[in-house]
Ligand binder design. Structure first.
Ligand code: SAM
Length: 302
C-alpha cells in the first residue's frame, strides 16, 4: 500500500518509521511518504491560510495551495478538470433539502483513480470506525490531507469528489484537536495493521474489539496467576477450553452491555447462540427481534 501524507508539520510523522510500521516499510509492504504543504506555496511567507469568508475567528487553509499539491500527488492536471458543472442559481433553488443531504452523503465512485482514496480528517464528519479501517486496508493508495487552523476550505474535498476521486472525511472522536496529524496517525495505525502480512501473528487481530461483531473484548491477563493479592479469574487456569471460551464471550457481552449499550443494539440477534441470548437476557436485554433491545423495567419494579 502506498500512503501519502500532506501536512504543514511533516516531521510529526518521523516516528512512523519505528516498530511494526517501520518493519512494514522495510519489507516493502508499505510505502509512506510525507509532504510539506508549504512546498506548494509561491509567496515569501509560504502562507497556507487566509481569513474566513463571512467573518469569524481564526484562519482557514487556502484551496489553491491544497489543489496544487493534491493535483501533483494524484497526477491530475488542473486543465483536464472533468468537474461536474456547478448548478445554476435556478437549479439550486429547485434542489430540496433532502436532495442536498443525499448529494452530501453520496460515496464518490473513485472512477478517476481506482484504488486511491483521498482522506481528510475533520471533527465534523462521520466517525472513523473499525469497519472503515477494514475497508481502507484493501485499497492500493491512501492520500491524507491534515488540516490546521479552522480547517481546510470546504471546496477542496468537494472538488476532488467531483473529479471522480474517492474522497472521504472522518472524525476520530467527538472532541477537537489542534490539527489533523494525530487523527491521521490513528487512522494509519488502525488501517495498516489489517493489511495481510503486517502483523507477525495474524491471529491476534481476529478476536479483537469491534472486529467481526460490534463487541468490546474480554479482559486480558498474563502470569503470575496471583499478583499483589489479585487473582486472575480461576476459570482461565482451569485448562477447560470450552469453559474459557464461554467465560470470555460472556465477559465481552457484559462489558459491552455496561460500557457501550449502543453496540449491543447493533448485534444481529440471529448471530447469537443460545448461551449468548441467555447471557443478554440476564443483563436486561430482549432478544426476540432482529437486534437486541434493552428491556424497559415495569413501573412496579422501578
Ligand atoms: N473548526 C473546526 C471545527 O470546529 O469543527 C476545528 C478545526 S481543528 C482546530 C483543525 C484540524 O484538526 C481539522 O481541520 C482536522 O484536520 C483536525 N481535527 C481536529 N479534531 C479532529 C477530530 N476529532 N477528528 C479528525 N480530525 C480532527
Amino acid at each position: 500500500m502506498q500512503i501519502d501524507i500532506v501536512s504543514v508539520f511533516p516531521e510529526f510523522f518521523d516516528s512512523l518509521h519505528v516498530s511494526l510500521l517501520g518493519k512494514a516499510q522495510d519489507s516493502g509492504l508499505l510505502d509512506i511518504a510525507t509532504h510539506n504543504l508549504r512546498d506548494w506555496t509561491h509567496d515569501v511567507h509560504h502562507s497556507v491560510d487566509d481569513t474566513p469568508v463571512g467573518g469569524g475567528a481564526g484562519m482557514v487553509m487556502k484551496p489553491e495551495v491544497w489543489a496544487e499539491c493534491l493535483d501533483e500527488l494524484l497526477g491530475l492536471t488542473a486543465a483536464s478538470t472533468g468537474v461536474t458543472p456547478e448548478k445554476t442559481a435556478s437549479e439550486k433553488e429547485k434542489t430540496t433539502p433532502s436532495q442536498s443531504a443525499a448529494e452530501e452523503q453520496q460515496q464518490p465512485s473513485g472512477e478517476s483513480l481506482p484504488g486511491t482514496v483521498l482522506i481528510f480528517p475533520n471533527p465534523s464528519a462521520p466517525l472513523f470506525t473499525q469497519q472503515a479501517a477494514t475497508d481502507l486496508s484493501k485499497k492500493q493508495r491512501l492520500v491524507f490531507g491534515c488540516g490546521r487552523y479552522e480547517g481546510i476550505d470546504a471546496r477542496v474535498p468537494q472538488y476532488y469528489a467531483q473529479r471522480g476521486v474517492e474522497t472521504r472525511e472522518y472524525s476520530i472522536g467527538d472532541y477537537v484537536l489542534n490539527g489533523g496529524e494525530v487523527a491521521v496517525y490513528a487512522m494509519i495505525e488502525a488501517i495498516t495493521r489489517l493489511i495481510p502480512g503486517f502483523m507477525g501473528n495474524p491471529e491476534s487481530i481476529v478476536e479483537e474489539s469491534y472486529t467481526g461483531e460490534p463487541l468490546l473484548e474480554h479482559r486480558q491477563f498474563t502470569k503470575p496467576a496471583t499478583w499483589r493479592g489479585i487473582d486472575v479469574p480461576p476459570v482461565l487456569t482451569s485448562g477447560d477450553h470450552g469453559k474459557v471460551a464461554r467465560f470470555r464471550r460472556d465477559e465481552a457481552l457484559e462489558r459491552t452491555s455496561r460500557m457501550r449499550p449502543d453496540l449491543i443494539e447493533k448485534i444481529e440477534t440471529a448471530a447469537l447462540d443460545k448461551a449468548d441470548r441467555k447471557t443478554l437476557i440476564g443483563l436486561g436485554w430482549e432478544v426476540s427481534s432482529t437486534h437486541p433491545r434493552k428491556r424497559v423495567p415495569s413501573p412496579k419494579h422501578q
